[in-house]
Ligand binder design. Sequence first.
Ligand SMILES: *[C@@H]1O[C@H](CO)[C@@H](O)[C@H](O)[C@H]1NC(C)=O
Ligand SMILES: *[C@@H]1O[C@H](CO)[C@@H](O)[C@H](O)[C@H]1NC(C)=O
Length: 228
Amino acid sequence: MALKSFVLIIAILAVVTSISHASDPSPLQDFCVAVNDSMTTVFVNGKVCKDPKVVTADDFFKSGLNVARNTSNNVGSAVTMVNVNNLPGLNTLGISLVRIDYAPYGLNPPHTHPRGTEVLTVLEGTLYVGFVLSKPGPNMKNKLFTKILHPGDVFVFPIGLIHFQFNVGKTKAVAFAGLSSQNPGVITIANAVFGSDPPINGDILAKAFQVDKKVVDYLQSQFWWDNN
Ligand SMILES: *[C@@H]1O[C@H](CO)[C@@H](O)[C@H](O)[C@H]1NC(C)=O
Ligand SMILES: *[C@@H]1O[C@H](CO)[C@@H](O)[C@H](O)[C@H]1NC(C)=O
């Protein structure tokens, strides 16, 4: 009887702890350099590993993050991502990096990373940053946390929450950020809602945003610049 309850508790704990793992799975070896293998039909949660015998230092290397990107676009920002898709050595390691360039008054528009927390530091310029909490309790609104960041300041955007950075200075700004996923993903709110392919039914958006359908038609007809 006691043994049965013990086994049951262990089984429940196993299920609960497996659910609570919100980040990338831990590596089971030193590394697993990603390789594209179109011949494989095996499903892998991530990428298949390159044969360790032919792995070289270059599999863990990428250059060019010193180069500022062109920010002459609708939002005035450009995000350069270094993740498992262009640095295969990141596979299974649960981490990635971005460089973000901002034009004067440029914006990295409200977006979320479904698979990663972000820790950002400013190298140059002044950013107004913020994130919004998820579904609040009864009689509460979605709370907004904001901060003005100067060079050397660090700010955290928790996993999944909607966040933004706006360059409030007259000069360009540069930030770097680490993300707790090899492939954090990005959902830019305006682009995903009003620029989806195919478009979301306009009546649905008119009801959801509580505006006239004409407003939705206008928003859906916009070109939604992707700064990633
Ligand atoms: C995998 O394929 C993508 C798309 O074809 C390509 O951009 C990328 O460089 C490839 N990665 C590797 C590690 O071969
Ligand atoms: C930046 O992009 C804009 C728009 O595409 C282009 O007109 C401009 O020449 C580019 N600037 C540089 C320095 O490449």
